[in-house]
Design a protein around this ligand. Structure first.
Ligand SMILES: CSC[C@H]1O[C@H](OP(=O)(O)O)[C@H](O)[C@@H]1O
Length: 342
């Protein structure tokens, strides 16, 4: 994504990848909200960053010059953007951070507040890339040379402002000269692994092998993988992890096969207000994402389908959480508060 000087947000339309590289020009917050809802932009940090720019666009299009009216208008837009997807906490984190910027200096007029919002959105964007590089630096130390790394969904540059979280660790390991290969779960139903992770890796000549989700167990049983690394959409105070549906199954399999299971995520993904994963709102999406493939029905008409977009991996199945501040091991999670707030 990039902010264009004429005052619009340009988004790579991820629903069209890998076959088409096309861009959306968002000129109002409603364009961004629609893009988030249909996963044209997706991935916890990416939707937070896009929402920050969406709020900026909304504020620019508010006609009022009256400050109180402007502030309540911006807050209403933030609520609409926040409601687009319930699970990734980065969406709310980014919007809350933007709103907080509007109360610092009461002498600001509406126009200067618009500038404050754009500057904060740019900061969120730049910091996310820096954060991902730090996650990569800490995480690559855990990846032995020659590792075959299984990942799920897409936690790459496409899911962030750039560089990626789980794929950022892979990028950092390769930048450190390690010979790393990737195995990508296709990640039904929306195929983020097949369409997006494979695309990112191939573009950078990082060896990648695509598998269907139901092959992961046999891959581990036949010793064709050395470790698993995934992203996250929300991590609770006890270290439970919400991530793309299918992550929990991988974590159970990793435990059964005694393989390391790493989660790479920025601290903005950690929600200390929730004690455990049972409290995480899990997005349920339209059943046609399951019954149809590329617009064509693959199931008998009228069949019911259950389509939770995420699941929750309990902390005891997580080997470590890799953040920009370092690696957190579940056994020390009671220090999470100190790590986040030190
Ligand atoms: C870097 S966090 C990416 C995270 O978000 C994805 O979900 P979605 O594609 O529905 O936005 C998936 O859970 C990834 O791990």
């Amino acid at each position: 994504m990039r902010w264009l000087e004429e005052g619009c947000l340009e988004l790579l339309d991820q629903t069209k990848l890998p076959l088409k590289v096309t861009y959306l020009k968002c000129r109002d917050y409603l364009d961004v909200a629609a893009a988030i809802k249909r996963l044209a932009v997706r991935g916890a940090p990416a939707i937070g960053t896009a929402a920050a720019y969406g709020l900026t666009l909304g504020a620019m299009n508010l006609k009022t010059r009256q400050k109180e009216e402007f502030l309540s208008g911006v807050k209403a837009i933030a609520s609409e953007l926040s409601a687009t997807r319930p699970t990734a906490v980065n969406l709310r984190w980014a919007l809350d951070r933007m709103i907080k910027k509007l109360h610092i200096d009461d002498n600001e007029d509406v126009n200067s507040l618009r500038t404050v919002l754009l500057e904060e959105a740019n900061l969120i964007y730049q910091e996310d890339i820096e954060t991902n590089r730090k996650i990569g630096k800490h995480g690559q130390a855990l990846i032995p040379n020659g590792s075959r790394v299984l990942t799920h969904c897409n936690a790459g540059a496409l899911a962030t402002a750039g560089y990626g979280t789980a794929l950022g660790v892979i990028r950092a390991a390769r930048e450190a000269g390690k010979n790393i290969s990737v195995i990508a779960d296709e990640t039904r139903p929306l195929l983020q692994g097949a369409r997006l992770t494979a695309w990112e890796m191939l573009r950078e000549h990082i060896p990648v092998t695509l598998i269907t989700d139901n092959m992961a167990g046999y891959l581990m049983a036949t010793q064709k993988v050395d470790l698993i690394i995934v992203g996250a959409d929300r991590i609770t105070a006890n270290g439970d992890v919400a991530n793309k549906i299918g992550t929990y199954s991988l974590a159970v399999l990793a435990k059964a096969h005694n393989l390391p299971f790493y989660v790479a995520a920025p601290l903005s993904t950690i929600d200390m207000s929730l004690a455990s994963g049972a409290e995480i709102p899990i997005e349920e999406r339209d059943h046609t994402e399951i019954t149809h493939l590329d617009g064509k029905s693959v199931a008998p008409p009228g069949v019911k389908a259950w389509n939770p977009a995420f699941d929750v991996t309990p902390n005891h199945l997580v080997t470590a959480i890799i953040t920009e501040r370092g690696v957190i091991y579940p056994a020390y999670l009671d220090n999470l508060d100190k790590i986040i707030n030190h």
